[in-house]
Design a protein around this ligand. Structure first.
Ligand code: APR
Ligand code: ZN
Ligand code: ZN
Length: 361
């Protein structure tokens, strides 16, 4: 029997989002229905609304979520009703070449739930990133649920479902930041700040935050940045070199997603250093670099896909560190809001006023 719940729907390109009654079916084989407790508001949700991702309206928005499993379908053994879980947008197969080689974040055979959630009139919904969690309940694949310590606040746990995990993972998984390293992070929004927190966790000796907005640099300090550079006023590459004894940083993380900041990252790394691109560029962006500089500077140029995370390994570990007081995830929750406040939260996000607004149910 399908259940009626409330959910935040983007009805069409650039139309304001609405709280609608939606129908959530019973879980089929390999699926789970999750009672959502918290779901963060992310740029990607706004992109769905604006038409930047696809035209499969109506969308059920929301994808950075935590909640309690209500029911599971046939064959589900990893999670059970009552489990507190963080949702992820890629249920990996475990069997493809990428999975078998230990890089499941590149899995090409993901098994998200085959979506059957609808509006009350039967119109099929497209859930954002295969989740759709600005809703009292949602249908997902059991493989999208990772069980974590239930003593953590749901608003904090849900952060790991997307941007914050992407940033932390860019530092600790992709960048391989180690004790004593110098790290620079270009762009200190939610993702960049999470990269700073990750670098701090990994024992970096110097963490240089770069942004064009002084307010962002102030917040970056509270996340663990040891030095800050306003790249509107100062040349970022020179400043980073100066702060690293003239060498450049061991790891530079680009968390904006633009050619000009990528170029800064490229030149701000030490010879043989690592550049990690975690900011998401748009299709028309191009980068031109002297090939001789690519050759002569060595090192590695990497990109980070959802922080190259393995949810079953990383979510419980990061929540454990948070509960021990060693990872200040709570600082990413600027405000908690209700289902009816998503449109206003988009507005604040757009103006750079929040790290995360989190819808709490
Ligand atoms: N130089 C330095 N910082 C910049 C520049 C620039 N030229 N342009 C913008 N910034 C800063 C902004 O001031 C802001 O602090 O980059 C930050 C971007 O933060 P948010 O807009 O909050 O974005 P965030 O959620 O952190 O995501 C960053 O990662 O996941 C991707 O799609 C996402 O591309 C985006 C990036
Ligand atoms: Zn796979
Ligand atoms: Zn997201």
């Amino acid at each position: 029997m399908a259940q009626e719940v409330r959910g935040v729907v983007a009805p069409g390109r650039n139309e304001p989002v609405r709280v609608e009654t939606i129908l959530v079916p019973d879980p089929g084989p390999g699926e789970a229905v999750v009672k959502v407790q918290a779901c963060g508001v992310c740029h990607t949700d706004l992109h769905y609304k604006q038409g930047g991702i696809s035209d499969d309206y109506p969308f059920l928005l929301g994808h950075e979520a935590a909640g309690v499993v209500e029911s599971v379908g046939e064959g589900v053994t990893d999670v059970a009703p009552g489990d507190f879980v963080v949702l992820n947008w890629r249920a990996v197969c475990g069997q493809c070449r990428a999975c078998l080689r230990g890089r499941p974040w590149y899995c090409f055979d993901t098994h998200n739930a085959r979506q059957r959630m609808t509006l009350a009139d039967g119109t099929e919904l497209s859930p954002a990133l295969g989740i759709g969690a600005f809703a009292e309940k949602t249908l997902v694949a059991a493989g999208q649920c990772t069980k974590v310590d239930p003593s953590v606040s749901p608003a904090v746990a849900g952060l790991l479902g997307c941007g914050v995990m992407a940033g932390i993972g860019a530092a600790i998984n992709t960048g391989g930041v180690g004790r004593g390293d110098s790290v620079a992070v270009i762009g200190c929004g939610g993702v960049g700040d999470a990269a700073i927190a990750g670098a701090n966790l990994a024992g970096a000796a110097r963490i240089i935050a770069v942004d064009i907005d002084d307010r962002k640099l102030e917040t970056a300090r509270t996340m663990g940045a040891t030095h800050t550079v306003n790249s509107k006023e100062t040349d970022a590459v020179e400043a980073i070199r100066e702060l690293t004894g003239g060498f450049g940083a061991d790891v530079v993380i680009e968390a904006v997603g633009r050619p000009e900041t990528y170029r800064q990252a490229f030149y701000a790394r030490d010879l043989a250093g690592t550049v990690v691109l975690v900011g998401v560029p748009t299709p028309e962006m191009k980068l031109e670099l002297p090939l001789l500089d690519v050759f002569g500077r060595g090192g590695s140029l990497k990109s980070s896909w959802y922080g190259d995370c393995l949810p079953s390994r990383d979510f419980p570990m990061l929540i454990d560190l948070h509960l021990q007081g060693r990872l200040p995830l709570e600082k990413f929750v600027t405000e908690t809001v209700g289902l009816t406040d998503v449109e206003a939260a988009f507005e604040r996000m757009h103006h750079g006023d929040v790290l995360r607004s989190v819808v709490v149910l």
